[in-house]
Write a protein that binds this ligand. Structure first.
Ligand code: GLN
Length: 281
């Protein structure tokens, strides 16, 4: 019989260098809670419990995968975004805290009392669409993705929170009519194809199609901005997440596509992260 406390302490001691101790602790606790189906309080109260062989093996297997770099969210099947627990699978990018900047900025343009029409391009797990829908029950939100596997995750998340956002399959906005939207939001792939970060232990586990933005990283941002220029009504807005060195390039794309009132917002780390503009007319 192995004790939970011993398994976790051993794992901590074997963890590859370079990760903060607190982070390792938190990951280990979450994995243990997931395998044991215990809330965190019980883990603290009964940390000395002996585990049966099968449970110990399953926990150690997940710890091994985490040590090898698999994102925690794929191992537990869940993460939190905008305080909403969401299902995730390797078919979708794990929602990132910095994407909450996009949600925050989008909300500033969505009055609570109107049935504003919103499009989320490349919705993945549905994180952005569902965070917006949670805050703006009257909004009519459509999340589009070309991956059916991703859409299945997004729909499960919508059901989980009983939110009415619709999720449809498509190549960007080709299925939608011109001038039909008040707001377009997107967190498209934006990492340059040759960026060594794509081979990073964690990113390597995520769908390349959700990360790789082509040779200059801007391929999908161009597609989002030109789709937005078509489907937005005059006065409607687009907001897109991008890499921390892409602010100037994205503002230029917005200007070329005829947007005005162009702005870039920084994330909590102070990096350029989201740019947007208003469709003139
Ligand atoms: N922010 C993500 C990362 O750097 C990239 C997400 C994206 O390409 N949309 O890991």
């Amino acid at each position: 019989m192995r004790r939970l406390r011993t398994i976790l302490a051993d794992a901590c001691a074997r963890w590859p260098a370079g990760v903060e101790h607190d982070r390792v602790q938190r990951d280990l606790w979450q994995l243990a809670c997931h395998v044991l189906k215990w809330p965190l309080e019980r883990l603290f109260a009964e940390g000395d419990a002996p585990l049966d062989g099968d449970t110990a093996v399953r926990l150690e297997a997940l710890i091994g995968r985490r040590m090898a770099g698999e994102p925690l969210a794929y191992l537990t099947g869940e993460t939190e975004f905008w305080s909403l627990p969401l299902w995730v699978s390797p078919a979708v990018l794990v929602p990132r805290p910095e994407t909450e900047i996009l949600v925050e900025r989008a909300l500033a343009h969505i009055p609570a009392e109107n049935a504003v029409r919103i499009l989320d391009l490349g919705t993945g797990s549905g994180a952005i669409a569902l965070a917006l829908q949670h805050e703006r029950p009257k909004a009519r939100i459509i999340g589009v993705d070309r991956s059916e596997a991703a859409l299945a995750v997004a729909r499960r998340n919508g059901e989980r929170h009983q939110l009415p956002a619709a999720f449809i399959q498509g190549q960007w906005a080709t299925a939608l009519s011109a001038c039909s939207m008040d707001l377009v939001v997107s967190n498209p792939p934006y990492i340059e194809s040759a960026d060594p970060a794509l081979a990073d232990r964690g990113l390597r586990c995520e769908p390349r199609a959700a990360l790789d933005g082509g040779p200059d990283g801007l391929r999908d941002l161009r597609a989002v901005i030109s789709a937005a220029a078509r489907v937005l009504r005059g006065g409607g807005r687009v907001l897109a997440e991008h890499g921390n060195r892409q602010g100037a390039a994205v503002r230029a794309l917005l200007a070329d596509a005829g947007f005005d009132d162009i702005v870039t917002y920084q994330d909590y780390a102070g990096w350029d992260r989201v740019s947007g503009g208003r469709r003139s007319g």
